[in-house]
Write a protein that binds this ligand. Structure first.
Ligand SMILES: Nc1nc2c(c(=O)[nH]1)N[C@H]1C(S)=C(S)[C@@H](COP(=O)(O)OP(=O)(O)OC[C@H]3O[C@@H](n4cnc5c(=O)[nH]c(N)nc54)[C@H](O)[C@@H]3O)O[C@H]1N2
Ligand SMILES: Nc1nc2c(c(=O)[nH]1)N[C@H]1C(S)=C(S)[C@@H](COP(=O)(O)OP(=O)(O)OC[C@H]3O[C@@H](n4cnc5c(=O)[nH]c(N)nc54)[C@H](O)[C@@H]3O)O[C@H]1N2
Ligand code: SF4
Ligand SMILES: [Mo]
Length: 709
């Protein structure tokens, strides 16, 4: 059988690297980065290079599974599974109300370009507000901050013209994630090399000397959880020294004086004591950042998982804004978007547009809808808490609640309490092991897609389309995430309305039809993009920033409600901590949250999520690399396999999340790792707007395990 080669793109992670794949007999036999791609230039990583093994994995679920009364699973035809699920949804909604039917769309819902739009539209058409995604346990504070202060209509500076970039708790060389303006993750090492060659300065703020930190001009090894203090200190220095863009601030801001007064309590001595950063470093960071002409400060999950994430994000936005880091009238917008509709780009603020505080409310902790979704940090409560509005049925789509949600013990109770759990997954993952039905997802090479989520994130008007390039495994009966919702809609007779109108329910649309409808009104019609194979920059897409409207009276709100009070709260926090260490989050290159641990090259790099600690800390505990530790928070204790790492700040444990399995024996930590979410309560130290629990900078005591493991 001849081998053919197709252009496609990897969707193991959201970096969407352009790939070439060799196909024999409908199967992928080899993959590699597409060297001719204008953005990725042939980039790939250990995870994506294992796509052929992932698609053909012996433990892959390839036919729908149904849980039998004795707890075993049987394969059933897809149509039967869908009929039964639809009937149960109908019965549960009739008895408990529509809010009882919830979806949680996790990581792999974000890889299927139609999953989010269709699932959200299904919820709207069906009438259930219980729509959740992993975004609300990720970095929702970024959108909340912009909505409170307002955004700049023409966008912030991009990376390619910046003179300075500050990465705060964000490590795109490993995570392939950075907000717009940070080091582009498509090919980050090359991007950094090129930028530094043209004189760009890199500042990195992280408790760990990360891959980014090693390339930094200025590295600030900050104590975890102290970003609000650090940022307040930076803003104070910049305003005190008048390094800010005074004309810009005078024209477009409300409340800058109030902010200045509030941060004045964050003097250098205090900030240095709390963050453990030398005073001179704080000054250097403030001056280097503010004196540059162009540049941005960006954050990742580190600060957004730590205490006060919404305040932190407000301060990062404030830092960028006081330095005037916005696109000005006449400048070219780096990427106005290819698939998204044309919107005006003006040199003016939008004014606040709060994305919280209205819409449906949660039944716990005074939380409610944020960024148009319900907060995932409270979903386990919504399942466990009895009464009107209780969630009884959950669709877990490409997500793994039992290892990813904060408060694993409560998540376990919630999963057990459900009347119906349907997982769309590729394997019997920790959560899927408890499902009533496991529906086998189509994996990426088996699907047509277009990178909708990256559309305005690339720093050039770039996109790529791929058809399905391989077949599913022999004898398989697979389903896409969006198809589940279409099948439910067709059976229940509820509409799915997308940008271009309602999807037909009497005949199944193709994926391309769905994308066409979803992307209606885009700058370049999807039909046109579909004709091009491989990634491409659409040079005809060009937009320049228009001047402000003469009548524009919008301003940035520099002290939205709650900011002054929260700054005062942080300033009053006790500096005495009854715990020996702080445990921080991190990413590991060879896995993607809970995915990839079962792939051969990834396994060769280890089968656990080590507890990385400074060698001196381990020495003090009388522990060597490879020994098992007990890591205990105020909430619970987990085991972790110690690994000495010079790059970790003393007093810190750096450990990836989403490992382990609550159904397994915790002493299997060497074989399957442990979940840091068991250490976390979602009821203490939560963000009052997003409900985000404290998932990094977690106070813990660490000691050698009492028993030999
Ligand atoms: N303590 C702590 N908790 C955290 C974080 C942290 O840093 N620290 N990070 C948070 C963040 S940022 C996120 S985004 C969440 C992630 O939360 P989740 O998305 O809930 O967790 P994942 O482990 O990514 O779950 C992915 C699931 O999809 C399955 N899967 C793999 N490939 C496919 C596919 O092709 N199709 C389908 N349908 N399924 C597939 C996997 O088997 C797995 O079960 O976790 C959050 N939780
Ligand atoms: N290989 C791989 N890539 C991934 C993932 C994966 O599991 N593996 N997960 C994906 C997901 S879901 C997401 S959301 C993105 C996240 O992307 P990133 O946010 O870039 O994630 P990390 O690489 O964990 O970088 C976070 C950094 O924050 C630091 N940190 C922790 N706590 C603090 C703190 O309190 N303050 C400061 N300043 N820093 C702190 C950590 O040391 C770490 O270096 O990555 C994605 N990419
Ligand atoms: S960075 Fe790796 S996993 Fe992510 S898209 Fe690229 S090759 Fe795939
Ligand atoms: Mo994430």
């Amino acid at each position: 059988m001849a081998v053919t080669t197709e252009k496609t793109y990897c969707r193991f992670c959201h970096n969407y690297c352009a790939f070439e794949v060799d196909i024999e007999n409908g199967r992928a036999v080899a993959v590699r980065g597409d060297a001719s791609d204008p953005i990725y230039g042939g980039y790939s990583c250990i995870k994506g290079r294992q796509l052929p093994e992932a698609h053909a994995h012996p433990e892959r679920v390839t036919r729908p599974l149904k849980r039998m009364p004795d707890g075993t699973y049987e394969e059933i035809p897809l149509a039967q599974a869908l009929d039964e699920i639809a009937a149960r949804v109908k019965a549960i909604a009739a008895k408990h109300g529509k809010r009882a039917i919830a979806s949680y769309c996790g990581t792999y819902a974000f890889m299927n370009s139609a999953a989010l739009a269709v699932s959200k539209a299904w919820h709207k058409g069906f009438g259930s507000e219980s729509y959740y995604t992993s975004v609300t346990i990720d970095q929702p504070s970024k959108a909340i901050a912009a909505s409170r202060a307002g955004a700049w209509s023409a966008g912030m500076h991009g990376f390619h013209e910046s003179d300075v970039v500050m990465h705060i708790g964000n490590n795109p060389i490993v995570s392939q994630f950075t907000p717009f303006g940070g080091t582009p993750p498509w090919n980050p090492v090359k991007e950094l090399r090129d930028a530094k060659a043209r004189g760009m300065k890199l500042i990195v703020v992280d408790p760990r000397r990360t891959d980014m930190a090693r390339r930094a001009d200025l590295f600030l090894q900050i104590r975890p959880g102290e970003d609000p203090t650090f940022l307040a200190g930076l803003i104070r220095v910049i305003l005190d020294e008048q390094l800010h863009d005074r004309a810009f601030c005078a024209q477009w801001m409300n409340g800058l004086d109030k902010l200045h007064r509030a941060v004045s309590e964050y003097d250098l001595a205090y900030v240095s004591q709390r963050t453990r950063l030398p005073q001179q470093q704080i000054l250097d960071a403030a001056r280097t950042f503010a004196r540059a002409k162009r540049g941005v400060a960006v954050t990742g999950t580190g600060p957004d998982m730590s205490p006060h994430p919404t305040l932190t994000e407000h301060l990062v936005l404030a830092l960028n804004l006081i330095c005037g880091r916005v696109n000005r009238a006449g400048e070219k917008v780096p990427n106005p978007g290819v698939l998204t509709p044309v919107t005006p780009k003006k040199a003016q603020p939008t004014g606040p547009f709060p994305m919280f505080g209205h819409g449906p409310r949660s039944r716990v902790r005074n939380l409610g809808e944020i960024i148009g979704e319900m907060p995932s940090a409270a979903l386990s409560d919504e399942i466990v808490l009895e009464g009107e509005g209780q969630v009884k049925a959950l669709f877990a789509v490409g997500g793994n609640p039992l290892v990813a949600w904060p408060d694993q013990q409560k998540s376990m109770k919630a999963i057990d309490a459900l009347e119906l759990l349907v997982c769309v997954d590729i394997k019997r993952a920790a959560t899927a092991k408890h499902a009533d039905y496991v529906l086998p997802g189509k994996m990426c090479l088996e699907r047509a897609d277009v990178p909708v989520l990256c559309d305005t994130w690339y720093e050039a008007p770039y996109t790529q389309y791929t058809p399905a390039v391989v077949d599913g495994p022999a004898g398989s009966e697979l389903i896409e995430e969006w198809e589940l919702y279409w099948e439910l809609a067709a059976r229940l007779g509820t509409p799915i309305r997308l940008a271009g109108g309602e999807l037909p329910l009497d005949r199944k649309p193709s994926k391309e039809d769905v994308l066409d409808c979803m992307l209606a009104g885009g700058r370049i019609p999807f039909r046109e993009v579909r004709n091009n194979r491989g990634g491409m920059v659409y040079a005809q897409v060009e937009q320049f920033v228009e001047p402000a409207d003469a009548s524009c009276d919008k301003r940035f709100e520099m002290t939205p409600e709650g900011v002054i009070e929260e700054l005062a709260t942080v300033r009053r926090e006790s500096l005495v901590e009854p715990f020996s260490h702080r445990l921080i989050s991190r990413r590991m290159r060879q896995v993607y949250n809970s995915s990839g641990r079962d792939l051969p090259d990834s396994r060769a790099r280890g089968t656990t999520n080590p507890a990385f600690m400074h060698p001196h800390d381990l020495e003090e505990l009388g522990v060597r690399s490879g020994d098992v530790l007990e890591i205990e928070s105020a909430h619970a204790m987990i085991y972790g396999v110690a690994e000495a790492a010079e790059d970790v700040m003393p007093g810190v444990v750096s450990m990836a999340h989403a490992w382990g399995d609550p159904a397994a024996n915790p002493k299997e930590v060497r074989e399957i790792g442990a979940s840091t979410n068991a250490l976390i309560s979602n009821e203490v130290d939560f963000d009052p707007i997003t409900g985000m629990a404290r998932q990094s900078a977690i106070p813990v005591n660490v000691r050698r395990a009492a028993v030999l493991i």
